[in-house]
Design a protein around this ligand. Sequence first.
Ligand SMILES: Cc1ncc(COP(=O)(O)O)c(C=O)c1O
Length: 402
Amino acid sequence: MKYDFTTMLNRHGWDSIAVDMKENELWGIPKGETLPGFEQIPMWIADMNFATVNTVTEAIIHRASHPSFGYFIPSDDYYQAIIRWQKEGNGVTNLLPEHIGYENGVLGGITSAMRVLCSDGDPVLLHSPTYNGFTAQLERNGYKIVLSPLKLDENNVWRMDFEDMERKIKEHHIHTALFCSPHNPTGRVWERREISQAMEIFRNNDVYVIADEIWSDLTLFGQAHTPAQSVSEDARNRTVAFYAPSKTFNLAGLVGSYHIIYNKYLRERIRRYEALSHYNDMNVLSMHALIGAYQAEGRIWLSQLKTVLEKNITYAFHFIRENFEGVRLSMPQGTYMILLDCSGWCQKHGKSIEELQQAGIRVGVIWREGSMYHVPYGIRMNLALPHEKVVEAFSRLKQYVF
Ligand SMILES: Cc1ncc(COP(=O)(O)O)c(C=O)c1O
């Protein structure tokens, strides 16, 4: 393997909340003491314990070597890098620079879109399990969360419940849906026909769609991402989509997400809203990081990363099934998260999910319990670590926790 996915980066002191967990109300830091002698293994927040691709650091260093950092507007290279990346990765062929706009974080973009699409206090349709960032942003901005639970089918695959979605849309007079694709925290990669069916429901009920496709590069086991905007002409116009190189290349700290909005009316309204605060402006180093990432070498790095993630997920899946009685999980098709349903284990052992989480933290497995994802007996684990660390974490869980 050309790139190093086996060394555990020492991130202490290098601006990493994953390992230097200082209390902060925004981040839902797992609380609890780790016993002396157990090194902490960060398996909670969604960033990776791998070095990013060298073309990112080279691009930043190259730009930083010129000692002028004045005002700027995004370069043509920036737009072309995104257009190329979306074409090669997602088969998007008709993307123009005017459809693309910088976002100060996908969550920031989603919030702006909501401000334009919703009236104050409006209900918004989401699936549960739910990414905690969605819940937090909706609550902070005073919107009403209406959850349509995903369901496991007979093959243990998470599915949308289309009837439930439509019923709730009608019952609550919903006109905005927040659609996560691929889905965090289940790791489901939606098939084209599933997205089409959801879009049909949205069309029939005048629901605008905010598609969070931040995980779209991290589809695994041969799955392909289908952009929500690609399933029909109507979907293209009713959907605002958000992307970023941050999950793919571990760049969250640089902040550099973007939207794709084909519908001119929505695009202009959202951009106008974003201009009000004057805060939605790009950092020049973040622009160069994206350009460094979205090129041929980034693609090769990504394909090697995926091999590592597939190995970790496969290992964890089988280990859990063979060793942790009462814990269930569905095999993720994308992301680097796994979502455990520990209800059977908790019932059998008379333990709460918080006690289970604490038992893991005591032996250095820093994981997150599921209430923040609307999964009462859930635990979410991040597997973007060197394989050896994943093996170590599961062996501690077997020996001391389950
Ligand atoms: C589905 C989803 N959307 C958005 C984000 C956050 O994106 P950003 O840092 O660009 O706001 C995350 C981070 O984990 C995520 O999982």
